[in-house]
Design a protein around this ligand. Structure first.
Ligand code: DGL
Length: 355
């Protein structure tokens, strides 16, 4: 058969598919849970990529901006919250996590997409990575430009997120952050820039893969335990223990610790200088908190690398926990969940070495 004839036959078959219904496979069902953020944001002008109002458009408008979703999946949309993500709290994480687990229990649902503000997206993503009770894909996405902007990045991020959530090859790999055509692991990823569309990065590990033409191309897999392999069950939780973050810098005042304790915190994460170092003046204040039963975790303000147990500080003697390569904001999520299970420092250190 000549090449021209082969092309003609292919075109005729392709055109015939919709008519005959042949190949009209049942589309996967994807739940889209909207929470607000810039992806739902709006401004007066289409050139305003900053100075807009986040969380103004509902999930139906977000979906209407991506007509191609109709050929990818059957969408079940829900507006769970409508807020700028700087206003997200652990109470919101619990509501959202329970809603995700409920949606995933439906055997018809292939995966879940969450649209979210980018400011605290990484915290919600890691919380879900530790608490989702399914190996189905959960993909959290957002945007850096509001929905009203020229070249808004929300629609393509939403399209890619739904494609990823509908992909069988995305199962069992933990919770994903999908931004800018890139597939990231929830644990490793952080927002690194205040306004650029390529703001999300995984400084220590790099991304998991990319999305091309609606298909995931995975380059690597997450190593740390996640989702169904964790010990955290939020089904009966109504709140999380208070955990505060302190920031280390030259001349930091020990009274920082007093302030954290005044919140009723059961845990304190310190984003210390370098390898999670503590100035002598503050070390005693943290040791005092630890002696009172507050769990102190040493993280780093550097944004990458590993805080080593007993590296810069005698964690064994002071009862501290080393965060490994978790950022302070991620360490806070894990410590809050850990404290729902135990206050034993050795068990909590094991959790930081595991998740
Ligand atoms: N207010 C910020 C938030 O909702 C806007 C940033 C964004 O969503 O990209 O996280």
């Amino acid at each position: 058969m000549t090449h021209a004839l082969r092309v003609l036959v292919f075109l005729l078959l392709t055109l015939a598919l919709p008519v005959t219904g042949f190949g009209a496979d049942k589309k996967p069902v994807v739940a889209v849970l909207a929470t607000g953020g810039t992806i739902a944001g709006g401004a007066e002008s289409d050139t305003a990529t900053i100075g807009y109002k986040a969380a103004v458009f509902g999930v139906d408008k977000l979906l209407a901006a991506v007509p191609s979703l109709g050929r990818v999946a059957d969408i079940r949309a829900e507006q769970v919250f409508q807020l700028a993500s700087e206003n997200m709290t652990p109470a919101h994480w619990l509501v959202l996590g329970k809603r995700v687990n409920q949606a995933l229990k439906d055997p018809d649902v292939a995966g879940v997409v969450i649209t979210h503000g980018t400011d605290t997206l990484e915290e919600t993503a890691y919380f879900l990575n530790l608490t989702v009770r399914s190996d189905k894909p959960v993909v959290i996405t957002g945007s850096m430009r509001p929905a009203t902007a020229i070249s808004a990045d929300g629609p393509i991020n939403l399209f890619n997120a739904v494609c990823l959530a509908a992909s069988p090859e995305a199962r069992g790999k933990g919770v994903f952050i999908l931004m800018n055509d890139t597939i990231f692991a929830a644990r490793d990823t952080t927002k690194t820039n205040t306004f650029r569309t390529d703001t999300f990065a995984a400084p220590d590990t790099g991304p998991l893969g990319v999305m091309q033409l609606g298909r995931p191309l995975f380059h690597r897999l997450p190593v740390r335990a996640h989702t169904v392999s964790t010990e955290f069950d939020i089904a009966t939780l109504t709140s999380l223990p208070q955990v505060e973050i302190l920031y280390g810098y030259a001349g930091s005042h020990p009274a920082q610790v007093t302030g954290a304790l005044a919140t009723g915190a059961r845990g304190i994460v310190n984003a210390g200088t370098g390898n999670g170092s503590l100035p002598d003046a503050s070390k005693q204040a943290f040791a005092g908190a630890s002696a009172k039963g507050v769990v102190v975790v040493r993280a780093s303000r550097t944004g990458s690398g590993v805080v080593t147990r007993n590296g810069e500080v005698d964690d064994d003697a002071l009862g501290f926990v080393a965060a490994g390569n978790l950022t302070a904001q991620k360490a806070r999520v894990l410590l809050a969940l850990a404290l729902t299970v135990t206050a034993d420092r050795a068990r909590i250190q094991k959790m930081f070495d595991t998740y």
